[in-house]
Design a protein around this ligand. Structure first.
Ligand SMILES: NC(=O)c1ccc[n+]([C@@H]2O[C@H](COP(=O)([O-])OP(=O)(O)OC[C@H]3O[C@@H](n4cnc5c(N)ncnc54)[C@H](OP(=O)(O)O)[C@@H]3O)[C@@H](O)[C@H]2O)c1
Length: 308
């Protein structure tokens, strides 16, 4: 039975109300949910109260009956919290990275293949969906490969290295656009003072995926470029209002600017989760897709000499 509050609103649990969880809370409230937030520190409790939580509790054990739960805590805590939640028999939507090791991810997938989902917001980005549609329709011929760039200066996530922090996004984009995460083949780490600050990775072959991620780039760049037999299409920035489509062969082609919706991917993925709680189709990514993503990150790290 669906958990609904007195006003008939869907009741959804949210574990973690930190820098990112507060945005999730904002969107759950915007979607008309009653969000019951697990928050412990005074700062997190204050963010939950300010953000419109219907109630704030101390731990997952204190959550009342809810229709589903979103987990937005540091990645090292995901597995333990998921295990504590699975007995409730409701869908769980966990932030990326799913886990920081493939063995744990495989155990969780085996425990709840149908009720566990990973939040890969880039799969809901309207620009990524537009690239996917071009790849799948064959408009520019068969896809040859994908080039993703995700570089920035430093990171606020102390518990994850650059691979676990940034690569899951680009692998999720590959899954959405190419239909699968290509097999990791080579990776090189940029190491400063014994710490990896960036990785160049090569996956697959036909199609290929080249990814560049970095915490050591003095600018903030996000770019996704789909290369097909008859042309290419690019999303130049996370906040671009269009993708650029260019056909090969024409002299100095003027790329077509194809408009995309400005809807925010986080809101779109949370809407999909809330609709699933009300009987709609499951959100992206499935637990099995989340496991494939974790395995690819672990393999890229291994190829780059960083351990699995
Ligand atoms: N998809 C994206 O684009 C995106 C962007 C940013 C972050 N994220 C992901 O979102 C997650 C959270 O990141 P963040 O930046 O919000 O981290 P954060 O600012 O450090 O906040 C973490 C929150 O988790 C809570 N928490 C930690 N351990 C807990 C536990 N055992 N039980 C209950 N609550 C616990 C903390 O509560 P207390 O203060 O009460 O300890 C805090 O509210 C990470 O998985 C991150 O990778 C995703």
């Amino acid at each position: 039975m669906m958990a609904r509050g007195m006003e008939g609103a869907l009741e959804v649990g949210l574990v973690g109300c930190g820098n990112w969880g507060r945005h999730i809370l904002r969107d759950l409230v915007a979607l008309g949910c009653r969000a019951i937030v697990v928050a412990r520190s005074p700062e997190s409790r204050a963010r939950a109260g300010d953000g419109g939580a219907a109630a704030v509790v101390e731990s997952v054990a204190d959550l009342p009956v809810v229709a589903g739960v979103v987990v937005a805590t540091p990645s090292a805590t995901h597995a333990g919290l998921i295990e504590a939640l699975l007995g409730r028999n409701v869908p769980v939507f966990v932030e990326k990275p799913f886990t920081n090791d493939a063995e744990t991810a495989a155990r969780l997938v085996a425990a709840a293949p149908e009720r566990l989902f990973v939040m890969d917001k880039w799969r809901y980005h309207p620009g990524v969906e537009a690239l996917r549609d071009i790849a799948r329709s064959g408009e520019l011929g068969p896809p040859a490969g994908l080039r993703t760039t995700r570089v920035q200066w430093t990171s606020s996530h102390a518990d994850t290295d650059v691979a676990w922090h940034l690569a899951p996004h680009d692998l999720a984009i590959a899954l959405e656009v190419l239909g699968a995460i290509p097999e990791p083949r080579a990776a090189h780490a940029h190491v400063v003072d014994g710490e990896a600050v960036g990785i160049m990775g090569l996956l697959g072959g036909d199609p290929w995926h080249v990814l560049e991620i970095s915490h050591g780039y003095v600018a903030h760049r996000r770019e996704v470029r789909l290369v097909c037999r008859d042309g290419s299409a690019v999303l130049r920035d996370a906040y671009a209002d269009h993708i650029e489509v260019a056909r090969a062969g024409s002299p100095q082609p003027e790329p077509e600017r194809r408009p995309i919706s400005g809807e925010m991917p986080l809101l779109l993925e949370l809407r999909a989760f809330v609709e699933h709680l009300q009987g709609g189709p499951p959100p992206r990514s499935s637990a099995a897709e989340g496991l494939a993503n974790v395995r690819a990150v672990a393999e890229l790290r291994r190829l780059a000499g960083l351990g699995a």
